[in-house]
Design a protein around this ligand. Sequence first.
Ligand code: ZN
Length: 107
Amino acid sequence: MTAATDTSRPSTERTGFPCSREGCERPRAEKATHCSFLCKAIECELARIQRLSEAVGPSPVVAELWSHATTVGDSWSEVLRLHDHLAQEAEAVGISAEQWSAIRDGG
Ligand SMILES: [Zn+2]
């Protein structure tokens, strides 16, 4: 697993490169734009909806589409937050970062 898709403990303090997705404050790899594949996909989807909205004008369907897409983003942020929390709990019981990565990724 690459750092770009790593969902382990936060390390923005170490890298200084936050995820590009609005609302996500997780760290990303220096050469990546986002902390995870889904952050990038969610940002692309929101941009797509924005373009469609500008093309068709105000629409209840676009509004509903936007609402669901932002809900996905919020849910993904919560998944990432809980991953970070769980990694901290693992560290507190003596599981090393390397062990945690192997357990998490099935390697
Ligand atoms: Zn992110």
